[in-house]
Design a protein around this ligand. Structure first.
Ligand code: SAM
Ligand code: SF4
Ligand code: SF4
Length: 302
């Protein structure tokens, strides 16, 4: 299952791209801008502040998951199946279903339609998410179709996957971006819910296989921008033989509103490091002859 297909994307790799967002992720990064990607199932986003209290959703819901309480709808998520029947009924646009169960043939048709733009711009398709490698069956069928159609492929991954399971898929993918959120395992567990051992192991194994990868570090002030993390990343990168570069991503709050729509808590005190601190980190990495750059929210590079 996907949760979004973004055409004409200019920021997820070279040229004009189509980005496929895979639904489902084994991590729970505190700052994640795509919380609607976490569950592998279709889900309802419900924006209560837009609700007029008309009750149309109560009528439409076959599960009895919606009720009107104090003039506004209340959603019982333990009953909601994400079927989406209430979405069309809601004239206040307070409801949206996330989850696209598209046949692979339709996805490939869409990509082939844009192939002319990929060719003229050096672009292609980018697999993002969520975690694309958490759905190896779907990803494998798409990469196979893209390889036949000659469509260049890139991936944005958390690095948290079983490399032996996705070896053949990786062989088809031209450009690899792997995140490393924190080099300290205990901190990584606290911030993302999982150990970083598999991720670091995969980065080292990909390098040993001769794969050129770009390492991405999301920088959240007070969580991932500490000197020991930056030093750990420098140490790791200096050992890699085929590193294409390091991209520092400053935290942005663009996903904050979606947490409320999913009834998930969000820490709105999170912030990006100051621009001068970002520059200092980049210079520190460059002092170690690492090709580091700062990629802004709109993909602009410094
Ligand atoms: C949404 S993730 C999807 C791919 C994969 N799950 C991962 O984490 O690499 C795509 C990129 O967005 C970054 N990202 C996620 N939330 C962010 C935020 N609030 N601010 C800045 N970058 C963020 C991630 O670090 C990752 O590099
Ligand atoms: S998505 Fe389906 S189950 Fe959930 S509230 Fe709407 S109609 Fe009911
Ligand atoms: S790994 Fe990526 S998609 Fe998953 S929670 Fe972290 S930032 Fe979000």
């Amino acid at each position: 299952m996907l949760f979004n297909v973004q055409r004409w994307s200019l920021h997820d790799g070279p040229g004009i791209r189509t980005t496929l967002f895979f639904k489902g992720c084994p991590l729970r990064c505190r700052w994640c801008s795509n919380p609607e990607s976490w569950s592998f199932d279709s889900q309802l986003l419900f924006f209560r502040q837009r609700c007029s209290g008309c009750g149309a959703c109560v009528e439409a819901c076959p599960q009895g998951a919606s009720q009107i309480v104090d003039g506004r709808a209340v959603l019982d998520r333990s009953r909601c199946t994400g079927c989406g029947q209430c979405v069309a009924a809601c004239s206040s646009t307070a409801r949206e279903v996330v989850g696209l169960d598209l046949p692979v043939a339709d996805i490939l048709r869409l990509l082939r339609r844009d192939a002319v733009f990929y060719r003229s711009s050096g672009g292609g398709v980018t697999f993002s998410g969520g975690e694309p490698f958490a759905q190896p069956g779907l990803l494998g069928q798409i990469t196979e179709g893209c390889a036949v159609a000659g469509i260049p492929m890139a991936v944005e991954t958390s690095g948290f996957f079983d490399l032996d399971d996705v070896h053949a898929i990786l062989d088809e993918i031209d450009t690899i971006h792997v995140d490393l959120k924190h080099t300290d395992d205990a901190v990584h567990r606290r911030l993302t819910g999982v150990s970083n051992r598999l991720i670091i192991d995969n980065i080292n194994r990909l390098d040993t296989m001769g794969r050129r990868l770009t390492l991405r570090i999301p920088l959240v002030h007070g969580l991932t921008d500490d000197a020991s993390n930056i030093d750990g990343i420098i140490r790791l990168c200096r050992r890699l033989q085929h590193l294409a570069g390091i991209e520092l991503l400053a935290y942005h709050p663009l996903g904050a509103g979606k947490y409320a729509g999913l009834d998930l808590p969000y820490d709105s005190s999170q912030a990006a490091p100051a621009p001068e601190a970002m520059q200092r980190m980049i210079h520190r990495m460059r002092d170690h002859h690492l090709n580091a750059s700062w990629v802004g929210d709109l993909g602009e590079r410094q």
